[in-house]
Write a protein that binds this ligand. Sequence first.
Ligand code: UD1
Length: 421
Amino acid sequence: MSGGTALSGRVRVTGAKNSALKLMAAALLAPGRTAIDEVPDILDVAIMSEVLRRLGCDVTYERTPGSGGGGRVVVDVPEKPSTETDYDLVRRMRASISVLGPLVARCGSARVALPGGDAIGSRGLDMHISGLERLGATIVSEHGFLVATAPRLTGTSIWLDFPSVGATENLVMAAVLAEGTTVIDNAAREPEIVDLCSMLTAMGARIDGAGTSTITVEGVEGLSPVECTTVPDRIVAGTWAIGAVMTQGDVVVERAVAEHLTVALDKLTDAGATVETLPDGFRVAMQDRPRAVDVVTLPFPGFPTDLQPMAVALAAVSTGTALITENVFEGRFMFVNELVRLGADVRIDGHHAVVRGRERLSSAPVLATDIRAGAGLVLAGLVSDGVTEVQDVHHVDRGYPDFVEQLRGLGVRIERTQRPA
Ligand code: UD1
């Protein structure tokens, strides 16, 4: 990709990967045909489709033209799904673990392989496990699998030590079919949790407090399949917004929800950008070199950890020095070594990064280590002199449908020299 072009034009975001995968898992809770729209056409959706197929579901995907890389998934769930998810799938996508809650609730048992190491930290499952145990499941770890059994789950009160997104989702999906009332305290409040709870409510679940720290679920006997639409991807939208500011461009992000990115958009305003909320999205424009802004990642509504690599890339070309603090995932600064290869001045101390801005970066071959780090490196390539080659770009494909095509639509000279995995 050649640096030096200001991003300019319109781009549409489809549904959030981090919601669509959980909505697909939630389909397991009801026999019959569930349809989900605005599902991004990315590798992780193909992996989740395979997870569901091996559980006995019939899964189809059809692209929706003009949607910005989205489509419709239809999951046809059998009366009696199988209950085992193998390591070959969980290893490729950790979010496969979100079938655990629905399977235990619906089938009374589940065998889901334990995910292995992860490029962005240890990412334990303790809150998923202890929460399901409090709901009455027996969980043992054997031969690399988590084996959960529970003839019928029973409502209870659960306090999460940290507002984990995945644990909140797994526990809500288990509690909807439990006997009695479950209260989850210190629950995650992300828009993707609200999206999941809306789908479950449409299926017949009784849920109160989604989007707050206390979620109350009154168990029901059974759920019905539905048709629903995935919430827009705030991380993809935030990536475009930061890209517009870094390149001193002007971008309209269609279908983005500004309230899902309040802190991030405020930071961009602090950096000197003009942010305008539109009826169906927002516009971000930047005239000068951005000013350095400090960023602290936190669970929603804080600054999203998934946008942290983009925040570091932004600071790398801002005027002044920024302190970026990562509070959600240990090890999420590993990509910084690659950014330094592009000439960025970044010093890491534990979970802090001190970034001294430079006028421009300098192109080099760099390696994408995960989805978001890869996107951050692509943004850095946009402000590097010369031609930057981002290798292992299949990581970026996992989170950004049609990324290369969309960048091209915004004026970037970019080509893919490696096929998607
Ligand atoms: C989800 C998102 C990911 C995002 C993250 C935080 C998906 C597929 N992924 O990941 O993109 O960065 O939310 O917004 O939706 N933890 C434990 N024990 C547990 C569960 C979590 O210690 O039982 C820790 C993790 O190691 C991490 C922190 O809690 O340090 C946050 O994890 P969590 O919110 O669960 O993130 P995920 O659901 O894995």
